[in-house]
Write a protein that binds this ligand. Structure first.
Ligand SMILES: C[S@@+](CC[C@H](N)C(=O)[O-])C[C@H]1O[C@@H](n2cnc3c(N)ncnc32)[C@H](O)[C@@H]1O
Length: 255
């Protein structure tokens, strides 16, 4: 029941996490040689905000996966509507057990979803899916100030204790056998304009639809708290985009 409520709360949003077209295009420009033969795997695609940007700004072929079937259906409908269905295919799949053949992809893309499986585990699992010298591009939340206020630290310790600073993430990328090609922070607007602003509206409408339901109130409170923490402390953390190239032999164990 809580899962149903969760997806109700997150339905109808332009995107399901922080991100924007300019950042996706900037990261894409860091991947050399993207052409019609390039195969991109977009992991945790949601309703495909970044999938559309990738397909509209490159001739690459894209397979997009997510484990929530309504998101996948929406992306497939949208790809057909935009005439992109020949190059974009969206499938229901679990990023914890991807069953594509070895070396199936030139690029693995993952905006706002690597936290589901963790940076090190994901980077090591994805190695076998990449061709030699293939690239990964992913976003991950990170600290942008050394000593954030206690309230902010305590929120993140509860929500995502793996949060680190950019330097620690660069070290992790290196330890997993990748060479970072570039990295940059997403602007504040990438959190607000098409994510937290419409989500906050959803929270208000969701509360009105479910008066007197404790589990709905708890979910709405949790979501609003995440937004309020960001409003108060967004100078202390942000989302970073990393683009990296696989440089060492395939390995399935992570450091
Ligand atoms: C924060 S959203 C990001 C979605 C999209 N990339 C975006 O930025 O709008 C995380 C996505 O990961 C998906 N997800 C969560 N666990 C997953 C899993 N085990 N396998 C595949 N997708 C998963 C969710 O359904 C959701 O669409």
């Amino acid at each position: 029941m809580t899962t149903t409520l969760f997806f109700e709360l997150f339905s109808g949003l332009p995107q399901q996490g922080p991100g924007d077209a300019a950042s996706t295009i900037r990261a894409l420009s860091l991947v050399p040689g993207v052409g019609p033969e390039t195969r991109i795997l977009d992991i945790g695609c949601g309703t495909g905000r970044q999938t559309r940007v990738l397909s509209q700004n490159s001739p690459a072929r894209i397979v997009a996966i997510d484990n929530h079937p309504p998101f996948v259906d929406e992306l497939n409908r949208e790809a057909s509507r935009l005439g992109l269905a020949g190059r974009v295919e969206s499938r229901v799949a679990d990023m914890r057990s991807l069953d594509f053949a070895d070396a199936s992809f030139d690029v693995i893309w993952c905006e706002g979803a690597i936290y589901n499986t963790g940076v090190e585990a994901s980077l090591c699992d994805w190695r076998r899916l990449l061709v030699r010298g293939g690239h990964v591009a992913f976003t991950e939340v990170c600290w942008t100030k050394p000593d954030p206020p206690a309230e902010c630290v305590s929120f993140w310790e509860q929500e995502y204790p793996a949060i680190r600073d950019t330097a620690a993430l660069l070290t992790a990328i290196d330890a997993c056998g990748y060479e970072t090609v570039g990295h940059f922070m997403l602007p504040r607007s990438a959190w607000w304009d098409d994510y937290y602003r419409p989500l906050e509206r959803n929270v208000t409408e969701f509360r009105a639809r479910h008066p007197g339901r404790p589990e709905a109130r708890e979910l709405a409170d949790q979501c609003q708290r995440e937004i309020d923490i960001w409003k108060a402390y967004s100078d202390c953390y942000g989302y970073a985009f990393f683009v990296a190239r696989a440089i060492k032999n395939l390995s399935s164990t992570h450091p």
